[in-house]
Design a protein around this ligand. Structure first.
Ligand SMILES: [Zn+2]
Ligand SMILES: [Zn+2]
Length: 236
């Protein structure tokens, strides 16, 4: 006879702690393993990033698992926690959490399903993409009256590719739009830094003249600093 019955729930079990089955013992000692039933997290409907500790990060599975791990509290000795994706739900997903360890020398295995609920939001960068926000305007214009359209387009593509290369380190570079102007192309950069780097590279490749003008556009609500846009008048 290896198994007995738990006096609290009546279930048959192999391991007992102070006379109770492990489930009942954990229920009466919530400090030993705490795993929330559900975790709510803001998720951007446009780019699927999630907001963790105020920062928008990729919503990929390993980040979800890390978020779940950060919410688990356990006092059992040498805990081994594994988390796996279980199922999707209309509002998010279910993950399975397995905790293994020891309580007073008895091996403990505990599983729980955690519901992740995504709160539908739009992250700050995606919100700016849908607005007229920009930090730098590059006005591409020809040096002479003769407009070489081919050269103009080539320079535009060059700037666009340089900007794209910066996105990995500066998300604001995702904001990028252009308009055809009367005598050239206007390019709106979401990142001033990205525009500056792209123009530096352009001037290494082409013979260009660049003039910059700063315009005060307001005060940044978060930092309290004055916010400027820069206009680069680029002749090529
Ligand atoms: Zn029990
Ligand atoms: Zn987004």
């Amino acid at each position: 006879m290896n198994s007995r019955f738990c006096p609290k729930c009546g279930k048959e079990a192999k391991h007992f702690i102070h006379g109770f089955c492990i489930d009942c013992y954990l229920e009466d000692h919530p400090e030993l393993v705490y795993i929330p039933d559900r975790i709510e997290v803001d998720s951007c409907t446009q780019c699927l990033r999630i907001r963790v500790k105020g920062k928008w990060i990729s919503g990929r599975e390993e980040n979800i698992k890390e978020l779940i791990t950060s919410k688990i509290k356990t006092d059992i000795s040498s805990p081994d926690i594994s988390i796996s994706f279980h199922d999707e739900t209309p509002k998010g997903a279910i993950y399975r959490v397995d905790v293994r360890g020891k309580i007073e020398g008895e091996p403990v295995e505990y599983e729980k399903y955690v519901e992740i609920v995504y709160n539908r939001k739009v992250c700050d960068i995606c919100a700016k993409k849908g607005s007229t926000y920009y930090e730098a305007l590059v006005q591409l214009r020809p040096k002479s009256k003769e407009v070489d359209i081919k050269r103009m387009r080539e320079a535009f593509r060059f700037l666009r590719n340089e900007n794209r290369a910066i996105i990995a380190e500066d998300r604001k570079a995702e904001i990028f739009r252009f308009e055809n102007a009367k005598n050239g192309i206007d390019i709106f950069f979401g990142s001033q830094r990205a525009a500056k780097i792209a123009l530096q590279r352009l001037s290494q490749k082409y013979d260009v003249s660049i003039k910059e003008t700063y315009t005060l556009v307001g005060i940044d609500k978060k930092t309290g600093k004055r916010r400027y846009t820069v206009t680069y008048s680029v002749r090529l």
